[in-house]
Write a protein that binds this ligand. Sequence first.
Ligand SMILES: [Zn+2]
Length: 174
Amino acid sequence: MSDDPRLDVQYCPQCGGTEFERRIPKRDDHERLCCTQCGWVHYVGPALAAAAILENEGRICLVRRAWEPGKGLWTFPGGFVDLEENPVEAARREVEEETGYVAEIGDLLGCYRSMGPKGKRVVVVVYSARLVGEKGTASEEVEKVAWFPRDEIPWDAFAFPTGADALRRYLDSS
Ligand SMILES: [Zn+2]
């Protein structure tokens, strides 16, 4: 296993082969890892995540992460989009799972590139959101859930630079 997801394959998912070579496949312009037995090409794209900047009465809901990456640091709720989900549903679900709050997802604020565990590339779709209810307790993925006034965001302990960018832009524009 390597930290580069482009090299991180042990068995060919098509034939089970274990021998790979780096070459440029037909109609491509980049070197990829290719199975020497059946020709399967290991294409890796970024994973899709969705997140929400949830605001209520001038305060922003942030979660302190219990796990790496960003353990012990703050960010707004979000996570990976499931295969059958659209990003809006994923953002609403993640807010509920991570905070116990029910959100109405609002405007699309932007798409940001980020780095996940083991060098995994992630594209995060960020929405604004409004608090509409409360359902239960926060998940074990987060240590703490807190509402921060707009001018007291813990920038020095913010988990992801791209997340901080997204939040700064949101605060500047609304
Ligand atoms: Zn193969």
